[in-house]
Design a protein around this ligand. Sequence first.
Ligand code: UTP
Length: 293
Amino acid sequence: MMRIRKAIFPVAGLGTRFLPATKAIPKEMLPVVDRPLIQHVVDEAREAGIEHFIFVTGRNKSVIEDHFDRQFELEVTLNERGKKAELALLSDALPAAGTASFTRQQSPLGLGHAVWCARELVGREPFALLLPDVLVQHERGCLAQMVDAAQQLEANANIVAVEKVPPERISSYGVVGVGQRTGQLFRITGMVEKPKASEAPSDLAITGRYILQPRIFDLLAHQAAGAGGEIQLTDAMLALARHEPFYGYEFQGRSFDCGSKIGFLAANVAYALARPDMAREARATIEALLGEA
Ligand code: UTP
């Protein structure tokens, strides 16, 4: 049985697509409805049974660390004013003491390098990797679905979450080749980063959630820079797939690429419409705006 106790959250990117919003605020702190992106993703990891949250941060990102700590003055003030619901919200969002670790990627050399920076904190055990700019909306979180699926697999299996993408958008993603399939799980026969639509091995794109074996760290240590001069995770995963079983998991739910403006907007609309306390008003507001447009 595969036990996944630790998760990595790479949050050291520059967020250039969201400038100027991300000049002084990390992209991962942008809110979808009323919770920062990183909070949504940490909650998804908690639901999947993760016990240790590892953040790979960078310069100007210390507000993420503050977000997962107590805010003493605020708590005192809320307490004095009898704001119990708000206090409960704050304490629900906090990881237990000692379960969050922060390390720095000193320069943003790519996602692969960010993952490698967490090697000492992860040690030699399988781990989850969640990209905080991807949200997946579903009653059961994407990582929890993957952890469930991992229980049927070999102890040294690796898994990437994948999702169907229309041909006109496939060239923006890492795309997998599909081998033998059992339900939502299938063996991966290859991975191509940003293929032309005509050369893509399938319509299934890698979607920001991974379960990986620690051997990836050994491969990342020797990984040369790839596309864009960055150390690419996909290159190291391809090398890993030569040694260990590698699966794709077609998850249930819908993903939002919140690193792009339209994806971020769509996430805000979808999450507001899914909130029982907001849905009616959100729908009326959106309909009114559409009526005027
Ligand atoms: P992205 O490429 O989507 O994020 O990386 P970015 O570089 O911040 O955004 P743009 O393209 O400039 O707008 C996906 C995730 O990997 C992290 C990012 O913080 C993001 O959560 N990342 C990326 C790192 O931690 N380090 C890196 O060197 C690159």
